[in-house]
Design a protein around this ligand. Sequence first.
Ligand SMILES: [Zn+2]
Ligand SMILES: [Zn+2]
Length: 477
Amino acid sequence: MLPQIITYLLMLINYQEQMIRTLLTLLIGKSMFDKPIEAPVNKPYRKLQVDDLPIIEVPEKLDFKQLLTEHLAANGKPLKPVQRRSNSTPVPASMKCPKCGAPSEYLYANNGGKGQFQCKVCSCLFNQKSRYLKEAILKCPHCAKTLEKIKERKDFNVFKCKNNDCSYYQKKLSRMSQKEKKRFKEDPQAFKMRYIYRQFHIDYQPLAKHSPKKPKVDLSRLYVSPHTLGLILTYHVNYGLSARKTAALMKDIHGVSISHQSILNYENSVALTLKPYVDHYPYELSDQFCGDETYIRVNGRWHYLFFFFDAVKKVILSYPVSPNRDTATAIRAIDEVLLKLKEIPENLTFVVDGNPIYLLAQHFFSQHEIPFDVIQVIGLTNEDEVSKEYRPLKQIIERLNRTFKGNYRSTHGFGSEQGSVSFVTLFVAYFNFLRPHSALEGKVPVLIPELEQLPNMPARWTKLIDLAQQWLIDQTA
Ligand SMILES: [Zn+2]
Ligand SMILES: [Zn+2]
């Protein structure tokens, strides 16, 4: 008896809930099919003042090849690589001597795995964490005094100019009001008075080209025809319909029975196939790029999707997803743009919002001798007004964001990182190769003649997949 009552009550509650939703729909005018869209909390990023770059003095550099030749000439036999015993601490294969560039075969792991190394060629001692440190001496750009390391953090060290005569410090002092001076005496930590530089030692090698990997999927094994796959992608990606609605459409209109889970699985395979093509395509680019972060939900948590795209050509060039809005991801996002440039243009500029991570990323690249300008526009991606100069850019970013959100909305978030990467990859493929853009006179950003002459979108998706597969075969052949 009791279970029946509960079932009845549940039914009643369900019914009431439906009534309320219908009423709300009538009142607010929203579709009752729309799931409520929960907005992420727009956490303000840490307001961090990023100073100018320091003067970087590069100490004497040696060339291991020359040193090895000299060794051979002096000793009559070549210098042998380090002989490693089976129990000795391994040296990472990617590691090089910071002073002479000798590869890992010539490096000793010095003190029992504590991260110290020595080069057999030039005898240079170095630490894994501070190996960039060896490369340069950092000096204050305001007074030319050597900076002092004051903090060691996970991803960076903090350097400070402690010179009391430094013009930076003197200027800050002179600008203080009496009240501020009094507070400064009581709580010196509350003020940023001195020149600060953060030196990154993120283990990330910029511009490291990696050849495309053949994905471990075989689209010919999918239990679905290429045309059906093209239809599915058109509904789900181009029109932003949910996987469930796409499944229903396939059944009701095309008479094809396919579960929404199969749709997601197929799309995952397509994304893996398209990704190398999208990422290695030889795009024609300008030298003006802008970046923005937007939110997506992965495993019930908000993640950040970093978009970087060519502001002139409207091509999306990088799209990493990260649980954090941090400098490491900003570096990755910018690096993926740099990798697509045939050479680094002289006036390379990134226009971004006010988040200090982009300045820190700029410093990181300049440490690796890859200079570029960062223009930070407050209000570029939020409600604030921006200057007239950047208003068109703001509109471009807003349009990209609207397009993405329109397509993303139907997904209700992703169950896994892989799912989010797949969806974003398909979106980027669509955006770059298939979607006509009003700012380009209705043309798609990347014109591929083979796609253009096709009569409809499913055919274009199919052809794009073909091109990507063919390209992969050519690359790995
Ligand atoms: Zn060396
Ligand atoms: Zn100084």
